[in-house]
Design a protein around this ligand. Structure first.
Ligand code: NDP
Length: 803
């Protein structure tokens, strides 16, 4: 027999990794795992335990403690107690702890990998070569940020006690994404792993104790959704970091609304994998294998929608089927296995149900010839599955299956590819395959996703941020951008005031005292100001108006004007105009956006006296203070214009042979409900940066002082502001906020108002997971850096290089 023939007939022998080290570790604990609180192991107060099983065999591995709300309380208390000294620990010392943890993970890499594989069912090849090395990398990388924090983030400090809830698909990796940045920045944490996969988190807890991490800095408590719920509801938690399903993310968004708890959500996805006719198809096929069969497809950013250009679709599908035929499903501890076990029977049933639905809805299902063997194995196994003839609106094209199931569709042109790619409520990741780098980069900017991989897929690194657009959640994990999830600005007195020029609260208060004088300037009742929608002044739909009064003088208040009472229809029109204008404005060059804002500033400056008078009339500020506010607003416009072409992205230093571009992109359509103080300056400080970053706006002026905004119409009309990019609707703030926060075409909502109003906005925004930025109706305006960050979201584009 010739060697060539021999290689064709060779069969795989078993190449199992021994489970023994992990089983020994479990045995050392008598198969029973307590809660890790304050560096001590504690029994659950409710005396309830649940089983952890090996999904590849169905056999029980151990008993895990079910933490009650009493236990959650104890963990939060320990974290709170540890917080002052941990956050005050010098960055260098914190760096050394993170470094020590990284070293210990590397030293125990084999134990971690085997334990993860038997607990989760994922192939040892993945835990050994991907999960665990990336975990160590996360701790090393963030050790670096702990070291650099004082120098690089001098205006920031830790947030406090962070509750972290993670899913089962990358148990230890998700833990590292959460814990490493949190403790590097000086926070203390309470983390709950998923019920199915608690074991590696508990081994990690032992590592924390072994390196001498101070008690209370990291607390690991186990339990199901009830424990997660108690963590979310705990009043002494300052931040919730959650990774999991969009449904649970929505519950958490609602539960934390109005509580001032900082929130980051990493949720589900339905990521497109786009193949163009000039792509290297063999590489693309390997890409698909990594995109949808990595971790049995139980990956939030799995490339689960294959979009292929029509001319190569048949060829691609043929190659793919041939490759699928050769994939190996089996014992996850076998080093030559490609696809391991599905995490649990309930998940397997869900996959089976969705596959059946896919076939029932008319798509063509294909599985390799050996597929039936999966069902015969003990444990939970499912074969790689390909659907063709998939309708873009069908369930399997829209719903996250979270299994090894690929839905293939075709497109003709790049435009159609983008439309199909964006035809999803999610926006986590995308993969673009083409030898034409110009085309690939062009499409990378158009696809709505937090990460875009060019001619590659499922690339991760601690140095690159990861997170979603749209209903895939908000916040980033990894990279410099991820640090901001775990820090907050130091109190104002410790840093330079952002917009102090001439308008400090004190000065304003003094100038209000002179209200009597200024009021004499008030004209008779003004005309009713209209709305500004789509570049035109529009009457309020309901035809109603609201009186606007000047400041109180004794018991009386002067009527100084009327504005339209906007209603749902006005908001609908404004949002429609903003949505239609958003794409064009986002595509305008940064230079062009800056020019428009400079022009606005110039036209405002020409009317300084008029705007100052209006400020005085509304607020009672002295003429001097009002002039100072107009000057400050003009300066803010200049600052916003300056940032338009300087708010650069970064190139992350990932270890792969890749250029990873972290690009800040506009949010899209942003609704801004203005604060009451400084009616003109607030517009310049909030709306101008949002506009400069390429967003289209729907602005609701402060109901107390709306006239500075309505006076702006003429300035807007003469400043080349593209129609629809700035829309202004006056009216009752909370009524309009409700409509705006429920509107699916608003991507982000900024609300200044009382706490119940903030809560209502955050709760309602959960429907399409829009970003929220809330602040008080009066007081200092937010720092410009924070405004710019809220106005953008970072997309990481991975471009490989090398011949
Ligand atoms: P779930 O949302 O059900 O669970 C995630 C975590 O939240 C688990 O620890 C779970 O506990 C806990 N939990 C469940 N209910 C509540 C509640 N009411 N309040 C607080 N916590 C709760 O997701 P899965 O574990 O099923 O994970 C799969 C999902 O996660 C997929 O949709 C996937 O896309 C997404 N995911 C997203 C990632 C991302 O980075 N964007 C990464 C990985 C997964 P328990 O499991 O113990 O019941």
């Amino acid at each position: 027999m010739k060697v060539a023939e021999l290689t064709k007939s060779l069969v795989y022998g078993a190449a199992p990794e021994a489970a023994k080290p992990a089983l020994d570790w479990i045995a050392e604990h008598n198969g029973r795992f307590q809660l890790f609180i304050n560096n001590e192991w504690k029994n659950p107060s409710g005396k309830e335990w649940f089983d952890s099983t090996n999904p590849a065999t169905g056999r029980k591995l151990g008993s895990i403690a079910q933490a009650t709300s009493t236990d959650v309380n104890a963990a939060v208390k320990a974290a709170r107690k540890a917080y002052p000294s941990w956050s005050a620990t010098p960055g260098h010392i914190r760096a050394r702890y993170l470094y020590a943890i990284a070293r210990q993970i590397q030293k125990h890499a084999r134990l971690f990998a085997v334990l993860e594989t038997i607990d989760n069912g994922k192939p040892i090849r993945e835990t050994r070569d991907i999960d665990i090395p990336l975990v160590a990398r996360h701790f090393y990388y963030h050790a670096g940020w702990a070291q650099l924090m004082d120098k690089e983030l001098p205006d920031h400090q830790a947030i406090g006690v962070v509750a972290q809830i993670i899913p089962w698909n990358f148990p230890l990796l998700m833990l590292s994404w959460k814990i490493a940045p949190a403790i590097a920045m000086g926070n203390t944490v309470v983390l709950k792993p998923a019920e199915f996969t608690s074991l590696t988190a508990l081994l990690f807890a032992e590592i924390c104790a072994s390196v001498g991490l101070p008690p209370g800095v990291v607390n690991i408590i186990t339990g199901d959704g009830r424990t997660g719920g108690a963590m979310v509801d705990h009043p002494d938690v300052d931040k919730i970091a959650f990774t999991g399903s969009t449904d649970v993310g929505r519950i958490i968004r609602k539960a934390t609304a109005g509580t001032h708890k900082k929130l980051s959500l990493e949720l589900g996805g339905k990521s497109p994998f786009m193949v163009f006719d000039d792509a290297d198809l063999d590489s693309a096929v390997e890409g698909v294998v990594d995109a949808i069969w990595f971790n049995q497809g139980q990956v939030c950013c799995a490339g689960s929608r294959l979009l292929v250009q029509e001319g190569v679709a048949d060829k691609m599908v043929k190659k793919l089927r041939a490759r699928m035929e050769k994939l190996r499903v089996g014992d996850p501890l076998d080093k030559a296995v490609d696809i391991g076990a599905i995490v649990a029977p309930v998940q397997l049933k869900q996959i089976q149900a969705l596959v059946k639905l896919g076939a029932d809805e008319g798509a063509t299902m294909w599985q390799p010839s050996w597929a039936a063997e999966c069902a015969k194995r003990e444990g939970c196994f499912y074969p790689p599955t390909l659907f063709t003839n998939v309708a873009p609106a069908s369930t399997i094209a829209q719903v996250e299956i979270f299994g090894p199931v690929l839905a293939a569709m075709t497109f003709r042109t790049p435009e159609e590819a983008v439309k199909l790619a964006n035809n999803s409520r999610y926006g986590l990741a995308a993969s673009i395959w083409s030898e034409d780098i110009n085309l690939a980069l062009d499409l990378a900017t158009q696809v709505k996703a937090g990460t875009v991989w060019i001619n590659s897929t499922n690339q991760f690194d601690a140095a690159s941020g990861f997170g979603g657009y749209r209903e895939s959640g908000f916040g980033r994990e990894g990279g410099r951008e991820g640090l901001f999830e775990y820090i907050k600005r130091k109190p104002a007195k410790e840093v330079k005031a952002p917009v102090s020029k001439g308008v400090s609260s004190q000065k304003a208060a003094t100038s209000r005292a002179s209200a009597g004088v200024s009021l004499s300037m008030a004209p008779a009742i003004d005309r009713t100001a209209k709305m500004f929608i789509g570049g035109k002044q529009a009457r309020p739909d309901g035809g109603l108006s609201i009186n606007v009064y000047g400041p109180a003088v004794g018991k009386s208040r002067n009527l100084i004007g009327e504005v339209g009472a906007g209603n749902r229809k006005d908001i609908r029109n404004a949002v429609e105009a903003a949505r239609a204008a958003a794409a064009g404005w986002a595509k305008a060059t940064a230079h062009n956006r800056a020019q428009v804002i400079y022009f606005l500033a110039e036209n405002l400056a020409a009317r300084t006296d008029e705007f100052a008078r209006r400020i005085t009339q509304q607020t009672g500020f002295s003429a001097n203070a009002a002039h100072a506010e107009v000057d400050a607003a003009i300066e803010q416009l200049f600052t916003a214009a300056a940032w338009a072409d300087k708010y650069d992205g970064r190139i992350h230093g990932v270890p792969q042979r890749n250029v990873t571009l972290a690009v800040p992109e506009p949010m899209g359509t942003v609704a801004i409900l203005m604060p009451d103080d400084y009616p003109l300056l607030a517009l310049a400080a909030l709306a101008a940066p949002a506009f400069a970053m390429g967003n289209a706006l729907v602005i609701v002026p402060s109901p107390a002082h709306p006239l500075s905004a309505t006076d702006l119409y003429q300035v807007l009309e003469t400043s080349d502001v593209p129609h629809g990019t700035i829309n202004i609707v006056t009216g009752n703030r909370d009524e309009l906020a409700k409509t705006l926060s429920e509107h699916d075409d608003i991507d982000s909502i900024w609300y200044a108002g009382p706490t119940p109003g903030q809560a209502a906005v955050q709760k309602a925004s959960a429907a399409n997971m829009k970003r929220t930025f809330v602040m008080d109706a009066s007081g200092a305006l937010p720092n410009l850096d924070d405004v710019l960050r809220e106005a953008t979201q970072v997309k990481n584009i991975w471009v490989p290089y090398g011949a």
